[in-house]
Design a protein. Sequence first.
Length: 241
Amino acid sequence: MPRTTDPVRPPSSQGPFGHALADLLDVLLPARCAGCGADRTQLCPACRHILATARPGPTVLPWAHAAAPYAGQVRQLLLAHKERGALRLAGPLGEALGRAVRSALGPHAGRAPLLLLVPVPSARAAVRARGHDPTLRLAAAAARSLRRAGLDVRAAPLLRHARPVADQAGLTAAERRRNLHGALTVLPRARRDLAGRQPVLVDDLVTTGASLAEAARALAAAGLRARAAATVAAAGPPRNT
């Protein structure tokens, strides 16, 4: 279904006023649901329900959990947020990411130490082309969601690209690992921002796990160990819990 003409709207605020504003925008700027194409809403109740009820679980990396499979409406919602500037989707997608964070932390997530969500960075050229950093936006939305659940969570971009990488599309898992190895480095302020906090790597999507593995390597090289990671979606069959 064609969705490229959907209007770009700002991310919704939290609370009753934010929801009322979102409803008003849906009336004034009619759109199609980014997930299924339903009329006059950027996210219909059915697609919102799919996101809200997905069961997070392990991915190709046992220490990285995803909220949902990368298929159907979830895939369309992620693409709309990432590539078409549907920024209001950051809220519900961030809530799904927050549930994946809790799943990755295990049964004691409610008693977890202070957390810092560290997004896998997008290439600078991609951020310029899109006009926003989708993973950073999702990390911030997930942190807000987790704070509402009572956890002490922040999000901060502590990783950056140290060198250019090739487009990952079409590469095998081994080729992706070689392409990304050594590509990320930790910003100088990382130790200060992580002081007393447990890092959790976050991304919008995991496929082979190469990006998360490289992010974990970069943190470890700086003496900062990430024991868990979370994504909104995972491509391929999920691992058994």
